[in-house]
Design a protein around this ligand. Structure first.
Ligand SMILES: Nc1ncnc2c1ncn2[C@@H]1O[C@H](COP(=O)(O)OP(=O)(O)OP(=O)(O)O)[C@@H](O)[C@H]1O
Length: 250
């Protein structure tokens, strides 16, 4: 295994396209004595065509960092650029539009609507983007088929296993072809084998020159999927591991 540690910001060494550039990012919650500093001047580069992991102990700021990167939370200070667009300078409406078009989300909870079939659930981002229902569901069925769920497109969530529901959630995250896929503990609710399958699937989605995947996880059984692993502690990125992508997940 080839593992190199480096600083979080490494302009030249990798030579890839920077998908997400985080600079001086700080974020706190509460005020006075109750104040918690969740992010403390974080710098990080995430490369396109790579799977990046954000890891670290509970409460170190992983979800906060992912949420600011994805434009769900506003930062107090610092900048985040996603494929060259500085989302920390966007207004709320522009950020919402950017998120809807360019970012896909996968969470620990699948958040599927129980009355909708797998294909209908996976079609939701397209419907929100203005597609008519028929073509949207047909496109979602194609994406589901491409990730081995072809036989389940008409199933309701209650008829699916946890791993299958997470695949529907992944199809939903990919259906509008986002450039950035952000995943918060995607394997936490799954058994080990299913978790590995889900990570493999996410990797397949990541390995495109024009797309990046960022996964927050504290599941060290899936760390080997990361091409770049950002270790956080106490609101800071304290170590970066870069691995040869051809060796990841081996
Ligand atoms: N909405 C909030 N209000 C107040 N404090 C918060 C809020 N969200 C997060 N925090 C605090 O910020 C810090 C970082 O939280 P965060 O959820 O980012 O950590 P994490 O590394 O993702 O943790 P875990 O692995 O347990 O999910 C923690 O101390 C947490 O209690």
């Amino acid at each position: 295994m080839s593992v190199a540690t480096s600083t979080a910001v490494d302009e030249t060494a990798r030579g890839g396209t920077i998908a997400v550039r985080v600079r001086g990012l700080s974020k706190g919650f509460g005020s006075g004595e109750q104040r918690v500093v969740a992010l403390d001047k974080v710098d990080l580069d995430v490369y396109a065509g790579r799977m990046s992991l954000i890891v670290g102990p509970s409460g170190c700021g992983k979800t906060t960092l992912l949420s600011v990167i994805a434009g769900i939370l506003n930062a107090d200070e610092g900048e985040v650029a996603v494929f060259g667009e500085t989302i920390t300078r966007m207004g709320d409406r522009a950020k919402t539009r950017f998120r809807a078009r360019r970012i896909g989300f996968v969470f620990q909870q699948y958040n599927l609507l129980p009355a909708l079939t797998a294909a209908e659930n996976a079609s939701i981002p397209l419907v929100i983007a203005g597609w008519r229902k028929g073509p949207a569901v047909a496109r979602a069925a194609e994406v589901l088929t491409s990730i081995g769920m072809g036989k389940k497109v008409d199933s309701l969530p209650s008829q699916l296993s946890g791993g299958q529901m997470q695949r529907v959630a992944i199809a939903r995250a990919l259906v509008h072809d986002p450039q950035l896929l952000v995943c918060d503990e995607p394997t936490a609710a799954l058994d080990h084998e299913t978790g590995l399958t889900v990570m493999e699937l996410l990797r397949e989605a990541a390995v495109r020159p024009d797309r990046a995947v960022v996964v927050v996880t504290h599941d060290n059984r899936v760390f080997h999927f990361g091409d770049r692993i950002a270790h956080m502690d106490d609101g800071r990125v304290v170590k970066i591991e870069d691995r040869d992508p051809s060796l990841s997940a081996a």
